[in-house]
Design a protein around this ligand. Structure first.
Ligand SMILES: Cc1ncc(COP(=O)(O)O)c(C=O)c1O
Length: 421
């Protein structure tokens, strides 16, 4: 079932769907590796424009040297600001709520410094038992840093026995159960292993009802599904940009803080010179004068080359019509992929990603029901099908609407079928 009002793939072939695809031309904006590249859940493909955007900064560096910090519309001292509008619209936020900075795990730490304020009564953090290890380590180390014990303060959400994904009701019940001992909920928007979309708006409501702060790791959500962080009331979020936002390996990350917190001077914060008033920053004063937006969380001057790469990709996303247009195509691709898997590989491959459209993004978590899944994955790689393997037993594969065609889905299914035979 697609989102209400959107078209359906019905019984159409890949060729018909590609011919009718309003985003088909966007694939030509990318340099997609040879073979079947369906691993944008890990590293997005290279936008052709990236070379130009990065070269522009190299040329400016070459000709202007240090003056590049202050010269023209692309002045490096303000460069992060060039990304804000597009990042904000991708996640459903206002521009004072979003900034590009650092790496994802760094941003999670910076935000927990502000938003995890444990007391002897209220010290618990809820994460998932299969949280991405970096999130687990970050939460655990934050608990220790504040003098608490993860054995008591770290609550992990577990799918029910024999189930793969978290039941929304179980998440909400766990929040209620820990109630007034709960300081923070730190969950993914889209789970990295199963591809499950968590009910973010409901989690925020439930968290706030017990007086907890709610933050999300949107690594697998940003650029994949539609988000409304501000309207949902999410307190904070962070995400990387090298997956569905195609900024390249190790690309700059982003962060969001709800408007009600951005100018709260009582929040503890690790600060640096990029968070102080930009008008007086270069006066080299040592009185911190926080920018009244999320920009006050910035520590260091902007990593311009990776930001240039991200700008290139965000401009391609704009050309595609933004995340709503991407998601509309993605839903058709999901429907089509489901159908092809069921017709061709039914019984031999299990998809542990939830089947309801509202509970999934473009990433699939496939499990080989008989035989050695890792060997199947190795054979896929040999056949130049790029997807990824996540221990213990899942092949993750993602048709990305920006550069994957319906024909890519067919090729993936046919090659997988040949291997699993
Ligand atoms: C869900 C999730 N959280 C955190 C990370 C860590 O990201 P980084 O290395 O950019 O800090 C990743 C990386 O893939 C991720 O998928």
């Amino acid at each position: 079932m697609t989102t209400q009002g959107r078209s359906s793939s019905q019984d159409r072939t890949a060729a018909e769907l590609d011919a009718a695809d309003p985003l088909a031309h966007i694939r030509h904006e990318f340099e997609v590796p040879d073979g079947v590249y369906m691993v944008g859940n890990s590293l997005g493909a290279l936008p052709k424009a990236t070379r130009e955007y990065v070269n522009t900064e190299l040329d400016r560096w070459s000709s202007l040297g240090v003056e590049g910090h202050f010269t023209g519309d692309l002045a490096w001292k303000d460069y992060h600001g060039l990304l804000t509008d597009q990042l904000a619209s991708l996640v459903g936020a206002h521009t004072d709520e979003v900034v590009a900075m650092n790496g994802l795990t760094v941003n999670l730490h910076l935000l927990m410094v502000s938003f995890y304020q444990p007391t002897p009564e209220r010290h618990k953090i809820i994460i998932e038992s299969h949280a991405f290890p970096s999130d687990h380590f970050a939460a655990e180390s934050q608990i220790r840093q504040r003098g608490f014990d993860p054995a008591e303060s770290l609550i992990t959400l577990e799918p029910r026995e024999g189930e793969e994904t978290l039941r929304p009701d179980d998440i909400l019940a766990t929040i209620a159960e820990h109630g007034d001992q709960l300081a923070l909920i730190l969950l993914p928007g889209v789970q990295y292993y199963t591809g499950q979309v968590l009910p973010m708006a409901d989690i925020v409501k439930a968290g706030h009802a017990v007086g907890a702060i709610v933050g999300f790791d949107l690594a697998h959500a940003a650029g994949n599904i539609e988000l409304s962080l501000h309207d949902w009331g999410v307190d904070f979020a962070a995400w990387c940009t090298y997956k569905y936002l195609n900024s390249g390996p190790g690309g700059v990350a982003a962060a969001y803080v709800h408007r009600r917190h951005v100018d709260d001077q009582d929040l503890p914060k690790l600060v640096g010179w990029w968070g102080t008033n930009s008008a007086t920053r270069f006066a080299m004063e040592t009185t911190f004068d926080p920018i009244p937006t999320i920009e006050s969380w910035q520590l260091s001057n902007a990593p311009v080359l990776t930001m240039a790469a991200l700008r290139a990709s965000l401009d391609v996303i704009d050309k595609a019509g933004g995340v709503a247009a991407m998601r509309a195509k993605s839903e058709l691709q999901i429907e089509y992929f489901d159908r092809r898997l069921a017709e061709t590989l039914g019984g031999r491959i299990e998809n542990i990603t939830p089947s309801a459209m509202s509970e999934r993004g473009c990433q699939y978590a496939l499990r080989v029901t008989k035989g050695d899944g890792k060997r199947v994955f190795d054979e896929l790689e040999k056949a130049r099908v790029l997807c990824d393997w996540r221990e213990p037993d899942v092949i993750r594969v993602a048709p990305v609407p920006l550069y994957n065609s319906f024909a890519d889905i067919d090729r993936f299914v046919e090659i997988l079928d040949g291997i699993v035979q």
